[in-house]
Design a protein around this ligand. Sequence first.
Ligand code: NAD
Ligand code: DAU
Length: 362
Amino acid sequence: MTNLLVTGGAGFIGANFVHYWRRHHPADGVVVLDALTYAGNPANLDGLTGIEFVHGDIRDTALVEKLLADHGIGTIVHFAAESHVDRSIHGPAAFVDTNVIGTLSLLTAARAAWLTGPGHAHRFHHVSTDEVYGTLGPNDPAFSETTPYAPNSPYSASKAASDHLVRAWHHTFGLQVTTSNCSNNYGPYQFPEKLIPLFLINALHGRPLPIYGDGMQVRDWLHVEDHCRGIEACLLKGRVGETYNIGGGAELPNLIVIETLCAAVDAAFAADSGLAARFPDAPAAKGQPTVSLKTFVTDRPGHDRRYAIDETKARAELGYAPARTFEQGFAETLHWYLANEGWWHAVMDGSYRDWVATNYAV
Ligand code: NAD
Ligand code: DAU
């Protein structure tokens, strides 16, 4: 039994992790620290017991230090970040503030709380991304933990910087750290700025599906619950000071993901006549294929072509393997978004509409 501090626990992956941890480790106390930026939503934690929510900023070092002491925290799982690549192109500074300075602040607090005096048993788990490794050609080997860092976007550069800080706090100060670098997550509670929820919701409203460039960029799709299992494995079995790549085993070009999504929406409407009444603007409500909404738009600047994860190390050391195929995970995700219309309506507030106007302006 231990107490965890989960930063960014009101965001997409953090909230899924808190749900997962409460289901699988009910004896552990969980404190969620989240600044509730546009991407944070306390409703993502609805229905949970045994957690304490703290509305605060990871850059507030004194607050973090106090939380660690007051709650007897032995484990930090660090998700809090600015996470959207497109936003990092429009406004890079926030990414350095949160992802770099924020991580520095957490490390400073953890060192003060855990390494001064007699010291305490502890673990600092840092959640990072495969984007730190840069981009791959079609025949390049997948990213392994020894692939040199080559971040290409302000987002990935800020995550790479945070990874280096975590590594340095281990080597220099002896902080007990692990880091995981994972691929593209999808699943419940994902903010509708990322490809899958954005396209699902657009499809239901009959809005264009804006495909960047030729749509042949490749990502490895990881269901968020599989990711949570991977982080759990790092915490329980990971070697201190090590990094682990976590993938979904589903390397797909965007066009295939989009066509899968469109076909699944068509099938859902065919199977449930109530959907046409709920979403009358969807092409599927009028007997037209959802794929007719595909629209090719200007490419993202610096768009990485391909990511792929070699998860040999996580399999061998942690016994990690994704439990779902993309088809299974995507079907569950579509079902969740159709069943939770109230959730995504509530998050699509004014600031979200402003973002859409900025990012997709012609
Ligand atoms: P998200 O944008 O959905 O959530 C981020 C959360 O962090 C929000 O709740 C937000 O309010 C909070 N936050 C932001 N700034 C904060 C601050 N200064 N103090 C406290 N809280 C703050 O992000 P996500 O998709 O859930 O990603 C979580 C982590 O996983 C990030 O570190 C991201 O880099 C990493 N990651 C994400 C993916 C993905 O596909 N989504 C893949 C690889 C790695
Ligand atoms: O690889 C892990 C990363 O995955 C995480 O570190 C990031 O936090 C997360 O946002 C994600 O980054 P991507 O840029 O790959 O995700 P996104 O959902 O923004 O885009 C997925 C692909 O779809 C990418 O090639 C860009 C493309 N795309 C995206 C959007 C939003 C489009 O073609 N059109 C769009 O409107």
